[in-house]
Design a protein around this ligand. Sequence first.
Ligand code: URA
Length: 213
Amino acid sequence: MRKIDDNVYVFDHPLIQHKISIMRSKDTSTKIFRELVNEIAMLMCYEVTKDLPLETYEVETPIAKTTGYRISGKTLALVPILRAGLGMVDGIMSMVPTAKVGHVGLYRDPKTHEPVEYYCKLPDDIENRSVYVLDPMLATGGSAVAAISFLKQRNVKSIKFLCLVAADEGIRHLHTTYPDVTIYCAANDKSLNENKYIVPGLGDAGDRIYGTK
Ligand code: URA
């Protein structure tokens, strides 16, 4: 994992770089694209969860008693930004099946490119949890900032943002608005086009996950 700024990390692991490159190709099928989103989310989860607190407990093996370790307390909540963020949930849930899942629905106004909220449902105890906000694409950062503002209003203290491709502009926007939020991405692209798509990016992540184009 490579640090590119305070609280901003790019996963340069060869497996992740290999998989994201396949996702970028316009010839990659919906099925493969969806599988890769999940696989990358799973690989990112391994690194992102490395600070989860552990507690000890007694385990009896067939041979002797020993000390076991388990993740302690109420720990995680995943908050995918609908709809593309949903694509990252299963990969992470396969590693941490006890995580609660909240949902934030935002769409980009096609004219202003500003995020508009249409849905927000979060776990009751969200303020006691570490929250991973999920969205494959961090383009302008508008949706990420809007989703995280809901969490801040609910007094959530520990927030990480996980995405696949992050543009410089989105990183800057999110990082300057919420410097305490750690940003993790699998790739850092430089620019946005006139429609605010990431260049080179991988196209519309939601459309590619759900085959809607
Ligand atoms: N959302 C996407 O799905 N793709 C982009 O390039 C930017 C935002």
